[in-house]
Design a protein. Sequence first.
Length: 83
Amino acid sequence: MKQRLLFICPSFNNYENKILAALDKKFLVDTIFYEETEIFNIYGIKKILVVLFRLLFQLTSLNLFESIKISIYRLGAKGSVKN
């Protein structure tokens, strides 16, 4: 059974299609694109969203996908970082 990933990355990333295609071969991938702005970063909204999505998908995994572990990755300008 494939592991499920939630992929959170900036909408301006030109490589997301290649990355998602590569990941899709090994994982079930859900993707959330966000708009990177100064206000978005200053107020920590990005961190809050990551925590909320992590909680949402962990709760979903407990109820619907008991055998699937969910990892949340964020793709930034410097590469992928596991949160």
